[in-house]
Design a protein. Structure first.
Length: 467
């Protein structure tokens, strides 16, 4: 398509100029000059306001299958679902919200992108959620691929990174769930592809595992120290991933939406778990957190609905807000740290407090019982050896009718299982009361000593403080 063929726009110039609020028409194209905002991502127009940029988008919609414009030193046009970008220099860096989005942001009608030689970069968020794109041509003039540039391009099945590329931004290919392979030119000095998986050249960073790669299990190479942002995001075919002790950092959203993962071990070499790292891994039923992890980020395990038990190692000192929100299947949490981990806010779903048992080291029991959020668990028990009290799967039912509280100098208990043994233990597991065959669902027990007691009846257990 030549510049002369843009005469189609001349006939529509009056309407388009009105829609674009005065964006300049030059040689049949729309001129739109930009400088980069202070944050390095939001483009700030030197000739038009943000509303005029929005007007340009309206013009694109009116043009339908045939549209053109100039941005910075590039000219772009859409024809028959093919977006062609030509010219020289760096592409604009965009953002993914508001008026700073690319003109074709989220355009599902685009099926192919051709970037012609002379363009030196692919801007941040350039093709964000253009779900219809199935092929991309990247020339040897491209030096950098921006942050989240192809984020959410679910129709993209493969792409080739030329030898000229020296930098690839975080999440460049996140949520490209249709990808089966990522190829890299053999003479690229900075990146390499092994079996379709993208790494930096020395293979210390795993950048992107293709979302539709037809492999059920994957062993991360021992050279890898960092798992990149969104590296495995949306890889629903994976049921097992082995993370070696060489890995020290797992970036945000690294395994988000890996619904097929059933078990996971985070090695002792990892010191922190970033936000959304394992969010939405609904199939996860077994989780081992290494004993060097000190920080668990915002939403790190949010909506892992299959998790039934969770052990927090003694190293965990800080947990961010909603780290385990939506983990409604939790029935036991064991915290091995004597002092309760500091919380930004409630990291759990409140619905678990009545039915999930919190096990803590005996020396930390009182602190958990008196620390905000932690003390919302109905059942807080010390970790004991050689006692059935640690068998929470047998002791705690999903709906627990058993209740106990101090009243008029007595311990009042309701929801007692008639004709089944009622037992009361101290917090250290010493039996202080037992009725082998209670005749009523409500019982008063005289306990003269203040303290924390564990009441057990009919397979249910509650904790109560007598003061």
């Amino acid at each position: 398509m030549t510049m002369k063929s843009f005469s189609f726009f001349t006939a529509l110039s009056g309407m388009i100029d009105a829609l674009t609020c005065g964006v300049m028409r030059v040689k049949g194209t729309f001129a739109h000059a930009h400088t980069t905002g202070r944050d390095g991502a939001r483009p700030v127009s030197t000739t038009t306001t943000r509303s005029r940029l929005n007007g340009l988008r309206v013009g694109i919609l009116v043009c339908g299958l045939l549209c053109a414009a100039t941005l910075n030193a590039q000219v772009w046009h859409i024809s028959g679902g093919v977006l062609t970008i030509s010219g020289t220099g760096a592409m604009t860096d965009w953002v993914n919200t508001g008026g700073g989005r690319s003109p074709w942001h989220g355009n599902s009608a685009i099926t192919s992108v051709i970037i012609q030689d002379g363009v030196t970069s692919i801007g941040n968020y350039a093709f964000y959620e253009c779900t219809g794109i199935t092929s991309v041509t990247i020339p040897n003039s491209i030096i950098s691929i921006g942050r989240a540039s192809f984020f959410g391009c679910t129709g993209l099945t493969s792409l080739t990174i030329p030898n000229s590329v020296t930098t690839i931004g975080e999440s460049a290919f996140s949520r490209c769930t249709g990808l089966t392979s990522i190829n890299v030119a053999a003479d690229n000095a900075n990146y390499i592809s092994i079996d379709g998986v993208l790494f930096n050249k020395n293979m210390t960073t795993l950048i992107k595992y293709p979302g539709s790669k037809q492999v059920a299990s994957y062993i991360i190479p021992n050279s890898v120290t960092r798992i990149g942002e969104g590296a495995f995001g949306g890889c629903t075919n994976l049921t097992s991933v082995t993370i070696g002790n060489s890995v020290t950092f797992i970036a945000s959203a690294a395994f988000e939406g890996c619904t097929g993962l059933a078990s996971l071990t985070i090695p002792n070499s990892v010191t922190s778990i970033a936000w959304y790292a394992f969010a939405g891994c609904t199939g996860l039923t077994s989780l081992t957190i290494g004993n060097s992890v000190s920080h668990i980020g915002n939403s790190a395990f949010a909506d892992c609905t299959g998790l039934v038990s969770l052990t927090l190692p003694a190293s965990v000192a800080y947990i961010e807000v909603i780290a385990f929100a939506g983990c409604t299947g939790l029935r036991t949490i064991t915290s091995l740290r004597p002092a309760p981990p500091n919380l930004e806010a409630n990291p759990f779903s409140s619905v678990i407090f009545p039915r999930c048992t919190l096990f803590v080291v005996p020396e930390g029991l009182i602190r958990y019982q008196t620390t905000a959020v932690w003390n919302q668990f109905f059942h807080i028990l010390p970790i004991e050896e050689n006692t059935s009290l640690t068998n929470a799967e047998e002791l705690f039912a999903t709906a627990n009718p058993l209740r106990a509280w101090a009243r008029n100098g007595l311990l009042h208990i309701t929801g007692v299982a008639v004709d089944e043994t009622l037992s009361i233990y101290t917090s250290s597991g010493v039996l202080v009361y037992q009725n082998p065959k209670p005749a009523s669902e409500e019982i008063d027990v005289n306990l003269t000593t203040q303290g924390v007691y564990i009441v057990q009846s009919g397979g249910n257990t509650v904790r109560v403080v007598v003061q």
